[in-house]
Design a protein around this ligand. Structure first.
Ligand SMILES: Nc1ncnc2c1ncn2[C@@H]1O[C@H](COP(=O)(O)OP(=O)(O)O)[C@@H](O)[C@H]1O
Ligand SMILES: Nc1ccn([C@@H]2O[C@H](COP(=O)(O)OP(=O)(O)O)[C@@H](O)[C@H]2O)c(=O)n1
Length: 224
């Protein structure tokens, strides 16, 4: 049987991480783990409970009392928060624009990373996020850092919103994406950063299929 490897995909907001990670996982029959969804789920719960997103102690208590389960679904990954399906609720603009505050806390990150590592113990996993290659899976056989210009990323999210029938303002989206990238890159603990041994792929002028193909080449080289 072929070796089951781990594939880490990191990069800034709307670079295409989850889209290509899902395809790569499907092609290899691997598990796909969307780590951003875990930070989003905690943010959603904290907002609902009116907990201050700056209060690290309250957030870690909340997280310790929270189960987050990721399951494959027909339309992508399904996210269950304490057994409630929150797959759509965690993608609202409110959650998107506040999740980086929750994700900056050291204790929150430590607990999330522990849970994420446990999902990957047997290999055969494609995981996407901001710190997968640097902290969660530092020994991953394949590490990819996906990039795209901020204009291209804003257009991609804008088109996605329109397709889903959500209101969308391209200029605002660009601002919000830039701010989230700044917060994620400048935070003290496990900031968004390319791992030294990651392969950088600028997807600005590439199709989804081309990006998937490049990652598959890297994966198949390692699987042997
Ligand atoms: N290479 C690409 N070319 C064009 N559109 C893309 C590409 N990769 C992803 N997309 C689209 O961009 C949007 C954001 O992608 P997504 O995978 O959600 O990004 P991320 O997980 O990095 O935030 C989606 O609508 C997706 O279909
Ligand atoms: N491994 C990760 C994944 C996400 N995150 C945080 O969670 C947020 C949402 O991640 P996401 O992957 O769902 O975001 P999108 O790029 O899909 O919009 C990011 O902006 C980060 O603040 C993180 O800190 N570390």
């Amino acid at each position: 049987m072929n070796k089951k490897i781990s594939i880490a995909i990191d990069g800034p907001a709307a670079a295409g991480k989850s889209t290509v990670a899902k395809f790569v996982a499907e092609k290899l029959s691997y598990i796909y783990i969307d780590t951003g969804a875990m930070y989003r789920a905690l943010t959603y719960k904290a907002l609902k409970k009116h907990i201050s997103l700056e209060n690290e102690d309250e957030l870690i208590n909340l997280l310790n009392d929270t189960t987050i389960i990721l399951l494959p679904g027909d339309q992508g990954q399904l996210i269950f928060l304490d057994e409630e399906n929150v797959s759509e609720d965690i993608r609202t603009r409110e959650v998107t624009n506040t999740v980086s505050i929750v994700a900056k806390h050291k204790l929150v990150r430590e607990e999330m990373v522990e849970r994420q590592k446990s999902f990957a113990v047997n290999g055969g996993v494609v995981m996407d996020g901001r710190d997968i290659g640097t902290h969660v899976l530092p020994d991953a056989e394949v590490k990819v850092f996906l990039l795209a210009s901020v204009d291209e990323r804003a257009i991609r999210r804008h088109n996605e919103n329109i397709q889903k029938g959500f209101p969308s303002d391209l200029a605002k989206l660009k601002e919000e994406i830039s701010l989230r990238d700044k917060l994620d890159s400048e935070r003290e603990f496990a900031p968004l950063k390319k791992a030294a041994d990651a392969v950088e792929i600028d997807t600005t002028a590439l199709t989804i299929e081309q990006v998937v193909e490049r990652i598959m080449v890297l994966a198949l080289e390692r699987i042997g």
